[in-house]
Design a protein around this ligand. Sequence first.
Ligand code: ADP
Length: 270
Amino acid sequence: MNTTDVSAFPLRLEGDAIPMVSFKKVTKSYGNLVVLDSLDLDVAEGEMVTVIGPSGSGKTTVLRMLMTLETINGGVIYVDGEPLTHMERDGKLVRADSRHLRKMRSKIGMCFQHFNLFPHMTALENCMEGPVHVLGMSKKEARERSEELLAMVGMAEKRDQHPSRLSGGQQQRVAIARALAMRPKVMLFDEVTSALDPEVIGEVTNVIRQLVAEHNLTMLMVTHQMGFAKDISDRICFFYSGRIEEQGTPDELFGNPQKERTQQFLSAVK
Ligand code: ADP
């Protein structure tokens, strides 16, 4: 599918309450399969939004678009008021160059199901890598910040261990610290507990819970753990076929879903 004309979209978002993340009529297709169908989704600064929905409904694609891992077929995504994959040239939106992409990517931190830590580096070195090599931070500063973050996720004592010596839950906590070390404005969590043994899920969800309670980070999360989503989210978006079928506060969505598809989904996952 061809890229649609983006000239109708603003060059930047302006106003009093600019969302930290804003999908404007975003379309994504693979061949004939429309995965995101003119999606509009705003996430306010400091808001924790969880995306739920059946398999194949486009949840992960939303995060992948934000990570600029996928090209966009239509619409524009804004992060922190600026277009993510486009930029201004001569008063028009054009495809972003690598410099703009680098700048925008640095605003976004991510944690996935598979933590992908660098195997040859210790927990501390994993956290320091990005700040030193990407942000150009001094080693001393990066070390101090990484030590603080590892302490925050309860991994201070394991900072000199390599990933192979850590449990899945511990590796995921290091992965969260590593993402935070880059000082992102937005954190994305994609099924971060799916690959974990049940007994260690709590240690990872508690770290995310703490982030929500103590930091004014904007977060977008995909999870199958409805109880966890209900506990920590400001808003839940129920996805169906690449669209938001229904959204609301956890109480609204879980307590009194309005749409039949939401009701069916929720009764099936209980
Ligand atoms: P969810 O996270 O809700 O399970 P996804 O966003 O991963 O759904 O995928 C949405 C749809 O896009 C699915 O039908 C999936 O098969 C399809 N899809 C995802 N990635 C690709 C790809 N690289 N090529 C073709 N189809 C894809």
